[in-house]
Write a protein that binds this ligand. Sequence first.
Ligand code: FAD
Length: 393
Amino acid sequence: MSEHHEIVIVGGGTAGLSIAARLRAAEDPPAVAIVEPSDKHYYQPIWTLVGGGVFPREISERDEADLIPTGATWIRDAVESFDPEHDTLTTRDGRTLTYDYLVVAAGIQLDWDRIGGLREALGKDGVCSNYSYESVDSTWQTIRGFRGGTALFTFPSTPIKCAGAPQKIMYLAEHAFRRQGVRDKTRVVYGCAAPAIFGVPKYRAALEKIVDARQIETMFSHDLVEIRADAREAVFEHEGRSVVVKYDMLHVTPPQSAPDFIERSPLANAAGWVEVDKHTTQHTRYANVFSAGDCSSMPTSKTGAAIRKQAPVLAQNLLAHRAGRPLPASYDGYASCPLVTGYGTVMLAEFGYDGKIMETFPFDQARERYSMWALKAYGLPTMYWNGMLRGRM
Ligand code: FAD
């Protein structure tokens, strides 16, 4: 038995909810079903400040049921496979769904097991991560209890969500160590698989100055591959050889990838992401399939900020296609990254495709400011819950 819905959205996270809200707000709203297995939704950007001890993690969590737009159907299940030739998908619970339009918004997969020893070590003996609700509290516990030694922060060799997050927590920790009076007996080390601190030259230059001023040691092109928790050793791969760093605190950003069920489907490109046109968000081979957010192939920075601009484009284009009109809207690659550089300071990076600077404010955004901290800590969460997820901004 199959069940038909005009539009099926896979994933009720940042992208799925924002798009559903916009579709339901249309003049002639389509019937929308959201397939989402989780009964909780998380505002992940605030985990940086949770890991820094500014907020409790509970403020990031809300019931999925309260966020499903009025009139949309929530199917509490997980998609397992796609058959886009027959406009069909199957779920974990054995459902078969058919659709007129499919929107894939299932986020990115965290590959904790790709680092040897990480899963067993996480949350204990100085090993922590802001990258999940389960582990984020361990970050602040580790920072708060730190008495000196080597504090190591890593960045993997894969694409990740919020490429700034691995270093934001490092700046908060470094600041916290100064406040706790242990900075003079501490080495702060950034073990980063990328070749530079940030991709966009304007912000890279500003961040390099901060790293220098705070005496943070950088190890670029170093990819964390193993944790030997008993010996408190982190093993990196660097130019074909192993480099071992002893740590007292280790904040890990796990390798990430396209979700397996997407990667093995006909919707994926060679790298596993849903293969869409980077401006229209429409699939390059299946005209009734669209995708946005972290699981899409769009070569932008994987952030909620990017989704804020992708969601209206996707909704407008899908509705136009449904009405038999040409696709009117185009996404320019906009993404933003509020680079937290300490308690009370943020540098707001905003850029589009090919690193084009796309700043909102009339001042130099490569400077650290309290106003941008206030935006990050208070303004953006409010915009998210009350605006973006409701299809209003
Ligand atoms: P998600 O919001 O993760 O949602 C994906 C949904 O798909 C989930 O609800 C999941 O349960 C569901 N799903 C998974 N598998 C299936 C399946 N098989 N079937 C159906 N549903 C499925 N962004 C910013 O803009 N600014 C920041 O400062 C920022 N900081 C960050 C800091 C951290 C520590 C982290 C972790 C992220 C940060 N981000 C930031 C990134 C931002 O949170 C993500 O880019 C954004 O939430 C991605 O939205 P999404 O809809 O693609 O995925």
